[in-house]
Structures are given as C-alpha cells and as structure tokens.
Design a protein around this ligand. Structure first.
Ligand SMILES: Cc1cc2nc3c(=O)[nH]c(=O)nc-3n(C[C@H](O)[C@H](O)[C@H](O)COP(=O)(O)O)c2cc1C
Length: 325
C-alpha cells in the first residue's frame, strides 16, 4: 500500500537547521516523512570534501539532497556523487533569495533564467535515474504573474521535470532579508492550486505557512504534497502528530522515548569528536507547548556547551522539568 505520509508530507530544506543530526531526530518522530538536506552548493561538492557535505545516516531515508547552483557541469558532477551516496531525490534550489546566493546567480533569481535551470536539469538527468525535482517560488519581484510561473514550469517540463515544490509566495530580491522573504510577501495558495488544475499530471507539493493538521488536510484536497518548514523545526512533535494522522497504525510516541532513543546516537556523535550542542540544539523544541518546555530548553541551553558535556545533559533536563516528563 502507498505510504501516504511518505508521498505527501515532507520537511523543508533549511540551512543550518536540517543537518544530519536534526534529520536523525526528526526521523524518530516521523518514520516516513520525506526529509530534505540543507542546501549544498554544487561548487562545494565539486571542489571540496564531498563526503563532508553528502554523508548521512541510513535511518534518514527517504531523503532528498537539495543542490544550489547554475552551472550544468558542476550540477551534474554533484548529482553523480549524490547518486553514489544513495539519495532518494535531488532537488534544485530556485527559491533562496539571500544575497550570497544571488551573487552566485542561483537560488530564486534563477526563476528569471528558466533555460539555465532546464540546462542544469538535463545535465543532471544524464548522470542519474534518481528523480530530480525543483523547489521554486511563485515569482520574483515584479515577475509575479501566473503566466511567468507557467512559463518557468513549462520550460522545466520540457527538460523532463515532473515534480515541483512551490513556496507559495514571491521572493523580493532587493531589500528584504531571507527571513523577511519568508514572512512579508503574502502567501498565495490559490496560485499553486491553479497550477495543479492546469497541469494535473505534475506532482505539485505546496510549501509555506503550514502549521497544523487541518491546514495540511486542506491543501492535500487539491495538491499532491505538503512541505513543512519552520513548524517542523520549532515544534518537532508536530511531525509525530502528522505521522499518526496519516498513518494511524503508528501510535503517538512518548517524547521521553524519543529522548532515550537519541542517547546512543549522541554517544556515537561524541565519540566521533563533535560537541554535544550540535545535536541537542535541534531538540530544544521537543516539549514546545507542554508543561516544562521552558525548563527543558533552559537546562539544555545552559549545560550542553560545558566542557565534557555528554548525553546526561538530556537526562538532567528531563529531571529539571516540573513534572516527570
Ligand atoms: C532557517 C531557514 C533556512 C532555510 N534554508 C533553505 C534552504 O537551504 N533551501 C531552501 O530551498 N529553502 C530554505 N528555507 C526556506 C524553507 O525551505 C521554506 O521554503 C520556508 O521556510 C517556508 O516554509 P514554512 O512556512 O513551512 O517554514 C529556509 C528556511 C529557514 C527558516
């Protein structure tokens, strides 16, 4: 039977947030949501220590690598390496508005250069049979008409793209920070619904502002998938609730059990020479909205960076909560 959760629910690529430690933690909360890496630039993979950027834990599947870049040769070279690592999807970033990305002429500004994205797409398809997808906005700056979006999508369809993840707001490339670009331009879900109506054979995943199960249910009436970003990071238990909703045979996990399951992972990370905080920073929201959430956060924040800190920091944080968590 098709796993509705894997086919419909994904966690957004988020720089500095959805690293492999975060994804390992999220996977415990949701056995089947599709996870995305942070954006990795094709240049970094092409020139640098590709293992550092590409390695992941087996438990993270199903997992997509998000690539940033505009050079077909480098995008293909990065794809070929990602293929060897066993990713389940490669996604091209056409949504990031940061200055750094713009100065490299990729990310959201590529919406104005669909032929370049299509060229990358073709070069990447030549080296792998892993599905290649595109994450985009509905427009950039004053290029915000539906016709502009359709032209972008049609150019990519001609290159073979079948799946689009659409962040349902435009990006303003001049004058707004990346953070503002996730809040200020209004969400326009209707635009994404229209795209699916006009291209029913495409797989269209919507992203932007999804924060509860009712909203996710609503968009899935019209679309193939829902990608969750900030809510999944700030309130990771939302992923467990989604999993249980879409896969009712999965009961809701106990948060404490999730913590217990993180302990051996953390021990392994520490043995590998990484500091505790690299993992625990992603777990601060585990009790969000629950009694004791503040004590949990504070105890970890105050103690995780101390010299020699180990997984006992999490046990102590549980004990610091006002009622037995
Ligand atoms: C901290 C942070 C980093 C992000 N980094 C990326 C990225 O690397 N690639 C990308 O396509 N989008 C990135 N995004 C945007 C998210 O993928 C998503 O499109 C956006 O947050 C809207 O979804 P949401 O309302 O569910 O959070 C980032 C968002 C945040 C909050």
């Amino acid at each position: 039977m098709k796993n509705l959760m894997t086919t419909s629910i994904s966690v957004a690529p988020m720089m500095d947030w959805t690293d492999r430690h975060c994804r390992y933690f999220m996977r415990l909360l949701s056995p089947s949501a599709f996870l995305y890496t942070e954006m990795v630039t094709a240049a970094a993979i092409h020139h640098g220590d590709s293992g550092r950027f590409l390695r992941f834990n087996d438990e993270e599947h199903p997992l997509a690598l998000q690539l940033g870049g505009n050079d077909p040769e480098w995008m293909a070279s990065a794809t070929s390496k990602a293929h060897d690592y066993g990713y389940d999807e490669i996604n091209i970033n056409v949504g990031c508005p940061s200055d750094k990305v713009q100065s490299g002429q990729f990310g959201a500004c590529l919406m104005a250069a669909p032929d370049t994205v299509a060229e990358c797409y073709r070069a990447m398809s030549d080296v792998t049979d892993i599905p290649i997808t595109v994450k985009t906005r509905i427009g950039i700056d004053d290029l915000d008409s539906y016709a502009f979006l359709v032209n972008f999508v049609e150019t990519l369809i001609a290159a073979g793209c079948q799946k689009f993840i659409v962040h349902a707001r435009i990006a303003i490339l001049d004058g707004l920070s990346p953070k503002e670009n996730r809040m200020v331009p209004p969400l326009n879900y209707d635009r994404v619904y229209r795209l699916k109506r006009d291209f029913p054979d495409l797989e269209i995943v919507i992203n932007g502002g999804l924060a509860d199960i009712a909203q996710v249910e609503q968009v899935l009436q019209y679309l193939d998938g829902a990608m969750i970003g900030r809510q999944a990071y700030h309130q990771p238990y939302f992923l467990a609730e989604l999993e249980q909703h879409f896969n009712p045979q999965n009961s809701l996990p106990d948060r404490r059990d999730i913590v217990d399951q993180m302990l051996p992972y953390i021990d392994e990370v520490l043995r590998g020479g990484e500091p505790l905080g690299r993992v625990t920073r992603h777990m601060l929201g585990l009790y969000a909205g629950q009694l004791g959430a503040r004590a949990w956060r504070r105890s970890i924040t105050e103690n995780a960076h101390r010299e020699g800190a180990g997984s006992e920091v999490l046990i102590n944080a549980l004990n610091a909560m006002p009622i037995a968590a």
